[in-house]
Ligand binder design. Structure first.
Ligand code: URA
Length: 436
C-alpha cells in the first residue's frame, strides 16, 4: 500500500494518530530513499512536538527494527543478554561488565556506539587497544560470540539502516530530544541483536541526556514497555550522572581503569555498578543472587582473561591489557588545582565531558578523529576534602592551544564549599515493568 508522506506529516502535525500501515510505509520508503530527508525531518519534528501513542510507538519501533537484518542466536544454548547505557561521562561500565558476565556463562552479543556530544563511546574506547577492530560482519560477529560468549562490536551497515539514516538527520535537525524517538532508536537496535534479556542503564543528572529524574523515568518506562512487548525480558536501572563515573574520562585511560576493575583494584563506584549490573544480567539469564559468582570471576582472573581473549579475537593486542602503560598517552600534562580548602561540592559531569571532548578525546564534527591518549584523571570527587592548591585533576593533551581554551572551562567543573555535601545513591531506581 502506498501513502503520501505529506499526508502522514499532516496527520502528526494535527495531533492525529498515524495508521500502522502508514508508519511501515514511511520507514520503508525513507530507508529506500523514496521519502526525502526534509520530509522525514518534518515528521521527526511533528513527533518531537506531538509524540507517539503506545501503538504508534510499537509499530514505529518494529518498522525500524525490520528495516535491516535481525540476528538470530536461538541455536546458541545459553541466555543472550546485553546492556545499554543512555550515555554518561566516564561511563566505561560495559568494558569490565561484558567480559565479567561472559565469564559467568552468559552470552553477551554487545553492539555499542561511538561518543555522542559530551559523552564517550565504548567503541572509541576499545579502539585505544592497538589493532582492536569493532567493524565486523555478521559472520565474524557470530563466530566470536560462539567462541568466547562475548563480542564487542559496532552495528553493521545492514542492521537497522532506518535508524542510521534517521539518527543523522535528527542530529542535524534539532529532533534528538524526544522520548518516543530516542526509545525507538535505542530499542530497535537492541532488539535486532537476538537477545533473551536486556539491562538498560538510564542515566540522569547534569551529565546525562535526561537531566531530570522524571524524564529518565519516562524514558525507562517507555523502553521497558517496548522490550517486554517484543518478548525480551527488560530491566531498567536509573543511575546518577551528576559527576563522572570513576576517576578517568577519555579513552585509553578509561580502558586502563576498566582493566583495574577486572584486577580487583578499580574505583569503588565503577566496581559497584559493574557488580550490580552483572547481578541483574545474570538474573535475567536465570542465575539469581550471582554477586559472589561475579566477585569470584574477578578474584580468579577469569573475567580479565575473557577480555584478553576477546581483544585478541577482534585483532587487538592483549599485551596492552597485561600492561596498561603500553596504551596510548598524549604528550602534555597539566593540572587543575583547588582554589580554596574545603569539601568538593560540585564535580560537574557535563563540564568535564565537554572539555575532555574538546581537548580531542571526542568528536565535535562527525568526521573528527579521536585522540585516544587525551584524557582527564580526576583526583577529587563529590564530598572529598581538599586543601588549596591540591590537584583536582591531571589533564593529558596533545594540542596546547586547545588546552588554553579549555583550562578555565574544565576548572569550572569543581566547586569547593565549607559543608560536606550529601551524596545521592549510584542506583536511584529499578524499573521491571512499564507500569512501575
Ligand atoms: N542513542 C540512540 O541510539 N538513539 C537516540 O535517539 C539517542 C541516544
Amino acid at each position: 500500500m502506498s501513502f503520501s508522506a505529506v499526508d502522514l506529516i499532516g496527520l502528526k502535525r494535527d495531533r492525529k494518530t498515524l495508521p500502522d500501515d502508514g508508519i511501515r510505509w514511511l520507514i520503508d520508503a525513507y530507508t529506500r530513499d523514496e521519502v526525502a530527508d526534509y520530509q522525514m525531518s518534518a515528521m521527526a519534528m511533528a513527533i518531537v512536538l506531538n509524540g507517539l501513542d503506545r501503538r504508534e510507538l510499537a509499530t514505529w519501533t518494529e518498522a525500524m527494527l525490520t528495516s535491516g537484518d535481525v540476528l538470530d542466536f536461538s541455536d546458541i544454548p545459553i541466555p543472550k543478554i546485553d546492556k545499554h547505557s543512555t550515555g554518561g561521562v566516564g561511563d566505561k561500565i560495559s568494558i569490565p561488565l561484558a567480559p565479567l558476565v561472559a565469564a559467568c556463562g552468559i552470552a553477551v552479543p554487545m553492539m555499542s556506539g561511538r561518543g555522542l556530544g559530551h559523552t564517550g563511546g565504548t567503541l572509541d574506547k576499545l579502539e585505544s587497544i592497538e589493532g582492536f577492530t569493532t567493524r565486523i560482519n555478521k559472520e565474524r560477529f557470530r563466530s566470536i560470540l560462539e567462541a568466547h560468549n562475548l563480542v564487542l562490536a559496532g552495528q553493521s551497515e545492514t542492521m537497522v539502516p532506518a535508524d542510521r539514516k534517521l539518527y543523522g538527520l535528527r542530529d542535524a535537525s534539532g529532533t534528538v530530544p524526544s522520548i518516543p524517538l530516542i526509545s525507538s532508536s535505542i530499542m530497535s537496535k537492541k532488539l535486532s541483536e537476538g537477545l533473551d534479556g536486556l539491562l538498560l542503564d538510564v542515566k540522569t543528572g547534569s551529565g546525562a541526556f535526561m537531566q531530570t529524574l522524571e524524564d529518565a523515568r519516562e524514558l525507562a518506562n517507555t523502553m521497558v514497555g517496548i522490550g517486554e512487548a517484543s518478548g525480551v525480558d527488560t530491566v531498567a536501572l536509573i543511575t546518577s550522572m551528576d559527576q563522572p563515573l570513576g576517576n578517568e574520562v577519555g579513552n585509553a585511560n578509561e580502558i586502563a581503569e576498566s582493566i583495574a576493575v577486572l584486577n580487583g583494584s578499580g574505583p569503588a563506584d565503577v566496581t559497584e555498578l559493574t557488580l550490580e549490573f552483572g547481578t541483574v544480567m545474570l538474573e535475567l539469564g536465570g542465575i539469581p543472587d550471582a554477586k559472589p559468582q561475579l566477585e569470584e570471576a574477578i578474584a580468579n582472573g577469569s573475567a580479565l582473561e575473557k577480555l584478553k581473549d576477546v581483544a585478541r579475537a577482534h585483532g587487538g593486542d592483549p599485551s596492552m591489557i597485561d600492561d596498561p602503560s603500553l596504551l596510548p598517552v598524549a604528550p602534555h600534562v597539566e593540572s587543575i588545582t583547588a582554589p580554596a580548602s574545603g569539601y568538593v561540592t560540585k564535580c560537574d559531569a557535563l563540564a568535564v565531558g565537554l572539555s575532555t571532548t574538546r581537548l580531542g578525546a571526542g568528536r565535535e564534527r562527525q568526521e573528527d578523529e579521536i585522540n585516544h591518549g587525551v584524557g582527564v584523571t580526576i583526583h577529587a570527587k563529590l564530598g572529598d576534602e581538599v586543601r588549596a592548591g591540591d590537584p583536582l585533576a591531571t589533564v593529558r593533551f596533545s594540542d596546547p592551544v586547545r588546552w588554553e581554551s579549555q583550562r578555565d572551562h574544565l576548572a569550572s567543573a569543581w566547586e569547593i564549599g565549607d559543608q560536606r555535601p550529601s551524596l545521592s545513591p549510584l542506583i536511584i531506581e529499578r524499573i521491571d515493568s512499564p507500569g512501575d
